[in-house]
Write a protein that binds this ligand. Structure first.
Ligand SMILES: NC(=O)c1ccc[n+]([C@@H]2O[C@H](COP(=O)([O-])OP(=O)(O)OC[C@H]3O[C@@H](n4cnc5c(N)ncnc54)[C@H](O)[C@@H]3O)[C@@H](O)[C@H]2O)c1
Length: 336
């Protein structure tokens, strides 16, 4: 990598906020952000890291910052740590909202929404007050779709479309399973998408997917799709907790990198999955943050892919997932 000091055409520094920076995902995310994996080799980054105001978080974050420093990343121009959301979002052009409690043993999804929802109200307000007006926000903390929904309601001065939630991990999991099953490279799998909510109700759609140019359903059969693929993708998070004793962190961070990279720089015509505020497409009520196939057009914009003819099964699966999003929206009505 060219040293920024000698770089002929360096872009302006991007201020990037990461919340929950001392957590598991943070530890995998920050180093790749600082290395240039998201904004490219011509764009320096300044990290603005938000953590809870408690001695343990501060202590861990201090250690993470020492390691970032020790990497001597040429593109990392500075690191600020704080427990004040407004300070963390000050001038931010890209925001990763990771900080939230993971689901505890015995906790229902509704309990998790009750615990984490208020965080995203406060952070939406702070983003509205302090971030760049064209900031791009990616919500990772669960339940990510509904947290993004809460967040944009509290940031009325920033375009709603700039608030997204992460379903790229579900798409990446789909691609990895298809590549492994067919023995083809992951990059030959195109057009796999995940619709709906980031939950077990998600619809992992391979109807229009091709693998090395061949329709996926010419290479895998319906039994494998229904009996292995769908449950494997939907339950992957649980399987990783069982195997590792901790929730997926490196793969979640990697998906967050993929999501923001493509949003910022474009997806080169490829279909990718983002959960975005619905514009009413496919009968999804306007405003719900729902997973859709999108194309990122390369200028920090994305478009929901229109005109897809979903099968009867696809429609039913999407409806079920959207119903869950509606129930979650109802559950957080008091926070809006
Ligand atoms: N969307 C996805 O695909 C996906 C995948 C994996 C994990 N997740 C979610 O990401 C979140 C983080 O996971 P993790 O493994 O890093 O958890 P973690 O518990 O290791 O880290 C979370 C961090 O957030 C901090 N935090 C909590 N509340 C905060 C607040 N109000 N402000 C700032 N920081 C705060 C905590 O102190 C902690 O350091 C969880 O909600 C998890 O369920 C989402």
């Amino acid at each position: 990598m060219t040293c920024p000091a000698n770089h002929p055409k360096l872009n302006p520094t991007v201020r990037v906020t990461v919340t929950g920076a001392a957590g598991n995902i943070g530890y995998s995310l920050l180093f790749r952000l600082a290395s240039g994996a998201v904004f490219g080799p011509d764009t320096p980054v300044q990290l603005q890291l938000l953590e809870r105001d408690n001695p343990n978080s501060a202590k861990v974050l201090k250690g993470v910052c020492m390691e970032l420093f020790d990497c001597a990343f040429p593109l990392l121009t500075g690191i600020k740590t704080t427990s004040d959301p407004k300070e963390a979002f000050d001038g931010a052009k890209a925001v990763f909202l990771v900080g939230a409690a993971p689901r505890g043993a015995g906790q229902t999804r509704a309990d998790l929404i009750t615990t984490n929802g208020p965080i995203f109200k406060t952070q939406g307000e702070a983003i509205n007050a302090a971030a760049d007006r064209n900031v791009k926000v990616l919500v990772v903390g669960n339940p990510c779709n509904t947290n993004a929904y809460i967040c944009y309601h509290h940031a009325p001065d920033i375009a709603r479309k700039n608030f997204t939630a992460m379903m790229r991990l579900d798409q990446n999991r789909s691609i990895a399973q298809l590549a492994a099953k067919t023995g083809k490279p992951v990059c030959s799998v195109q057009g796999a998408a995940v619709w709906g909510n980031h939950s077990k109700t998600m619809y992992a759609d391979i109807e229009r997917c091709t693998i090395a140019g061949v329709p996926a359903f010419d290479l895998v059969d319906q039994d494998w799709y229904h009996d292995f693929f769908l449950p494997t993708v939907a339950d992957r998070g649980t399987a990783i907790i069982q195997a590792r004793g901790k929730s997926s962190a490196a793969s979640a961070a990697s998906a967050a990198i993929d999501h923001m990279h493509d949003w910022w720089l474009g997806s080169n015509g490829r279909i990718v999955t983002m959960a975005v505020p619905s514009d009413g497409s496919y009968g999804v009520p306007e405003g719900l943050v729902c997973g859709f196939p999108v194309i990122c057009t390369g200028n920090g914009e994305y478009e929901i892919v229109k005109g897809i003819e979903l099968s009867k099964e696809g429609k039913e699966r999407l409806e079920k997932s959207v119903k869950q999003l509606e129930e979650e929206a109802e559950h957080v009505k008091a926070l809006i």
